[in-house]
Design a protein around this ligand. Structure first.
Ligand SMILES: Nc1nc2c(ncn2[C@@H]2O[C@H](COP(=O)(O)O)[C@@H](O)[C@H]2O)c(=O)[nH]1
Ligand SMILES: [Mn+2]
Length: 456
């Protein structure tokens, strides 16, 4: 009987590139029964198994009240599963941690170091989600917010009036297999100067130290990053089948010491450069419109992979404190937003025994968006908005309130700040006190397909 791929799968072997040569050999020698199994065992690749025990991780997170226990336990459980992936070295969990996806997926607020391995799912689709600030001196905060409101773009899709993509960066994108495709290249142009949706924002406030007006933008790499992520996951899956089929798909990795690994790492750097430009064009356009020469601008990513020799630090919603991770660091300063009613923190810090060189990237959530909606179903969005944004100038770009972005949707900011101090996760050197902000809002409510459904 002819030996096929199906025969091998039924015998319990994992499909991979080795199948084709083994099938040819088995048929040429008419192998069957024990002889076939013996031969297949002798040529089957040696797979990397999951670790029997989880590698160590630091829980810089503690439940302070009843409602937080469930979240903390879920974060611990997912880290326990994740730290059995054979590439892992060490992990850390930040006070803003919350689970995302199934068991074994890196939580938001998680840091995992690996040896010679890049795990695309540990940076997820919004590669290099980040925050940038510009100091506008003593310009009136409302004037800054009005000015950026007229210039920015929130919601799905791209701009009708895109900013120009630098030729040098376009050439870089065209030189890499993960970015040189129509989808990624189109996004790199049409999405430049866009902020997307969800919890991305433009925030304006005043420095607690100097009273100067500071603008902070929060967004990532938009369609370009998502396109790179899709390709990265596909490549990682090809490796997973060949080297560690026992590893769950969501934790597949690309070995760095391969052509694909080196090129994926390079693609991540181009995405980082593009994302920085995506913030910068908005900050520069605002400064030009205000005819103001800004005194200070800096940024930091909080959803990225950082490399030190052959060790890769995956930070899924964590702020790199240590300058070894940040090539364009300004005086070691980093930005950590909390919610629209709270200050954006300006922090500094170093690597310690338990922080792996990172701090939280925000407040995080104890409950999902849908649970938050359920708990507030007894009040109208307008009532909730009025209570939660009193005294602030809060705007939704698409004119529809998104209650899942209001302050009570997030963890208690005071608790997160207290745990930053308790676990040594950076020192606050200044705070940007809120004047107001712009977010996408619930743009789906008036999306054409929703309107059509409502008419039915
Ligand atoms: N200052 C503001 N901070 C906000 C707002 N909405 C959310 N957030 C915080 O940002 C972090 C980062 O979110 P992620 O998308 O990178 O995971 C989040 O944990 C919140 O604490 C806002 O409107 N203003
Ligand atoms: Mn972010």
């Amino acid at each position: 009987m002819e030996v096929t791929g199906e025969t091998l799968i039924q015998l319990g072997f994992n499909p991979g590139k080795w199948f084709s040569e083994a099938i040819t050999h088995a048929n040429a020698h008419q192998l069957s029964g024990d002889a076939l199994v013996k031969y297949l065992k002798s040529v089957e690749p040696e797979y990397i198994s999951l670790l029997d025990e989880a590698r160590p991780f630091h829980m810089n997170l503690r439940a302070e009240e009843e409602g937080e226990i469930d979240n903390v336990e879920k974060v611990r459980a997912t880290m326990d599963a994740l730290m059995r992936i054979p590439t892992t070295i060490e992990g850390a969990v930040m006070p803003d941690a919350c689970p995302t996806g199934g068991l074994g997926q890196i939580p938001v607020g998680g840091v995992v170091s690996t040896k010679n391995a890049i795990h695309p799912n540990m940076h997820s689709a919004d590669i290099c989600c980040s925050v940038m600030m510009t100091n506008f001196g003593h310009t009136d905060p409302k004037t800054v917010l009005d000015t950026v409101h007229a210039l920015t773009h929130f919601g799905p899709g791209g701009r009708k009036d895109p900013f120009a993509l630098e030729v040098e960066l376009e050439n870089k994108l065209r030189s890499n297999r993960f970015t040189n495709n129509e989808r990624a290249l189109n996004f790199s142009k049409s999405h430049l100067g866009t902020q997307g949706d969800g919890n991305h924002f433009t925030f304006v406030g005043r420095s607690a130290q100097t009273g100067e007006t500071i603008m902070v933008t929060h967004h990532g790499s938009r369609g370009l990053g998502a396109a790179v992520f899709t390709k990265g996951m596909k490549t990682a899956e090809e490796f997973r089948r060949e080297i560690s089929p026992e590893t769950p798909k969501h934790n597949a990795w690309i070995p760095y010491d391969t052509d694909e690994g080196k090129e994926y790492w390079e693609a991540l750097q181009w995405v980082r450069e593009w994302t920085k430009l995506n913030h910068t064009v908005l900050h520069e356009a605002t400064a030009r419109s205000l005819n103001h020469d800004p005194s200070l601008r800096f940024w930091n990513e909080h959803n990225f992979i950082f490399k030190e020799d052959d060790v890769f630090y995956h930070a899924k919603g964590a702020t790199p404190l240590d300058d070894k991770f940040v090539p364009d660091s300004h005086e070691q300063l980093r930005l950590i937003p909390l919610n629209m009613r709270e200050p954006v923190l300006i922090v500094k810090g170093n690597t310690t025994a338990n922080n792996m060189g990172f701090a939280p990237h925000g407040a995080g959530r104890n409950i999902s968006r849908s649970e938050h909606r359920r708990r507030n179903s007894d009040r109208t969005p307008e009532e909730i908005f009025a209570t939660e944004t009193k005294g602030l100038d809060v705007r939704f770009y698409h004119d529809e309130i998104d209650i899942t972005e209001l302050p009570t949707a997030y963890k208690n900011a005071a608790t997160v700040k207290a745990q930053m101090t308790e676990f040594g996760l950076g020192t606050v050197v200044d705070e940007i006190l809120p004047y107001g902000c712009i977010m996408a809002g619930n743009w789906q409510k008036n999306a054409p397909c929703k309107r059509k459904n409502r008419r039915r």
